[in-house]
Design a protein around this ligand. Sequence first.
Ligand SMILES: Nc1ncnc2c1ncn2[C@@H]1O[C@H](COP(=O)(O)OP(=O)(O)OP(=O)(O)O)[C@@H](O)[C@H]1O
Length: 797
Amino acid sequence: MATYSSRKGVWGQKENRQQETPAEKKRKLVGSAAAGLKVRSHRAALSVVNLRVDGTPGRPMEAGTPSKGGTAAAVGDGSCTDAESVDALLNLKMAGKTKFDFKGKSEQMMDYIKKLRACIRAFQELDTNHVRENLEQSKQIEVERQRHLQAETEMKAQHHLLDTNNAELKSLISRLEQELIKEKAAKQVLLLAEAKHTETIRAREKERAALKEQMDKLQSELDSSGKQVSSLQDINKRLQEYNTSLQQYNSKLQADASNAAEANSRIQKEKAAIMENLSTLRGTTNTLNVQLAAAKASIQEKVQQHKEAVEDSARLRLELQRFSEDRDQLSNQISALAAENEMYKECTGKSVAEIKLISSKAVALEESYSSANEHIRALRQQLDIVQRKLEAAEFQLELRRGECESTTMKYEEMVERLNEAEQKVKEGELLRKKLHNTILELKGNIRVFCRVRPLMVEEEDGNETAIVQYPSSTELQGRAIELLQPTAGGGKHSFTFDKVFGPEVKQGGVFEEISQLVQSALDGYKVCIFAYGQTGSGKTHTMLGNPDVPDEGGVIPRSLEQVFESSQTLISQGWKFSMQASMLEIYNETIRDLLVKGPVNGDTKQMYVVKHDANGNTTVSDLTLVEVTTWKEVSSLLHRASQSRSTGKTCMNEQSSRSHCVFTLRISGVNEDTEQAVHGVLNLIDLAGSERLSRSGATGDRLKETQAINKSLASLGDVIMAIANKDPHVPFRNSKLTYLLQPCLGGDSKTLMFVNISPDTKSLNESLCSLRFAAKVNACEIGIPHRQTALGIRPSS
Ligand SMILES: Nc1ncnc2c1ncn2[C@@H]1O[C@H](COP(=O)(O)OP(=O)(O)OP(=O)(O)O)[C@@H](O)[C@H]1O
């Protein structure tokens, strides 16, 4: 363009010279007017110089030509050539041949006058020419002035035009600058959007990787789930087999009672295996639950991310639309600018620099427009990529959802199967318990459960070596206990019972094992549960516990709650039950009524005689019997009794039971539909603690109490020994306790003994004694219990 302009400039000047406009011609004339005047006056002077005195144009004098006779020569040919000649003419003096040569002088004078006249005429002529020329020049000057004025007006108009153009160009520049700023801002926004977009893409990629990882995890979970399902199926199959075998076993049991003991051990083994499986299944269920929750949470998260991605995409679309609009606007502006540019080119044709500027701006705008276009294209590409990724993520999400749903379904199926299996295990366990009870009933043994309490805080010091161990072999697990002698080479004492509860087993766990037994009291059996053990070993905790704290209640509150609940359930089968509660203690070989209102056996000398009838029913004369229908009523009775009980502080127990406490619930039920009647009894006994006098440190009344307790417990031992040895005489009458327990120990009743053990080293000998006694009790055969039922019998009102 510049080359073009410069060339054109040179070329244009030539052309301008060739094609001068009238205005330009005028302006040139005005410019050259002054110079023209000078030329003309010089010519006039020259013409004056060349004038001859006679008025004819004279020949110009040759330079360097000497005048003949100086001034006289000039004057001699009658011409007055220049100012010098005129001066010479005026200074000419008339000189005659003599002083009086007047003629000569007058001739000279005449000649002189002629010359003067010629000179005057020449000057007059010159003057006239001069005036004429002056007039001509004035006219020319006027013309030139007019032309000059016109040119000035034109110049002013052009100047104004240029000013207007300049202002317009300035405003255009400012507008362009504003646009440039806007463009820069838009560019900035685009850069930001691009950065954000890059970030989003990175986030998407991360998400994709996380999704892939989760997919892999889910796949592995699925595989493990499949394995679990197959293992569950196996278990299920085994359970079914087990169930069938149990049924077969049941029928076999009925046919052959002698094989029962062997079958029981097998069932125990299988039960242990089932328990193991059950705990594994429970663990698996928990893990699956956790996995399901995690999968659900991850789906939620994915859905949220998907939503965000969709929102991002919408936002990007909006931005793209905005950029497209901006681009269109820019394009419009550029075309407008191009049009303006064209217009300016046409209008001015001069302002090359401005045009250059505008052109450069237009170029810059075009560049920014193209870069914006580029950016928009890139954004579109990115948007496409993001959309593709979004689609892929959606697809993955759908896949994951599907997988998750199928996993959830499988999981639910597994949970269902697990529940079924658990139910079957429970049923199997129930069946096992029933069978076990049947075996025991058939055997006629007293059942013995051993319970070891936890170490007390004060006992923990000095008990570095545990003296109690629990064999973990499948056969013995939960049934055996070993006492270790801490002395060197002290060996161990092993015992096996129907059940052994370690210190970790809570009240609920213990009750679970005896609930069936308690239930049989409602079926018309006599049930007797008593706790035996040294003082402070946990008898009261086991039998009574803390009835006011839900999880701390012992056998008595739990049994009563169950009995009341079951009696309510049996109403729908036509049963109606009535229950009477009584509570006594044997303190120093004396029976005391714990439910009597007022001071317990205060002044009255009640004898409370124990009697047994032919049906093995025991009654205590004058004992308070309270009709009870709800657990709440029994609870208040227990509170009343606990306040009346004989307790005291011993060296081994802060609040030691100094008596044997017997709670009895007589249950009478009648079914009007079947005209059946049942009479059950539930005896729950918390014995006083056995203790060695040396350890108890008892004196006075406490000593008397301890001696009475030990005597009655020794009597219990004698009775047990006699029953175990199948002696013809059993000394039931040797103590109030044994006489009261006669129906339970002598047959016709379902009896269970808890032997409570303290795990501390100091109690080793007492624990050993208790366990030996319990083993004896366990070996006792007391006969087969019978239900007390009658047809057509109505309970006496
Ligand atoms: N299984 C157990 N878990 C927790 N604490 C227990 C357990 N067994 C006993 N205890 C606690 O041990 C202490 C003594 O228990 P408890 O009074 O039941 O013994 P006891 O055999 O009845 O004694 P005594 O013959 O002197 O009456 C109590 O504080 C009781 O709470």
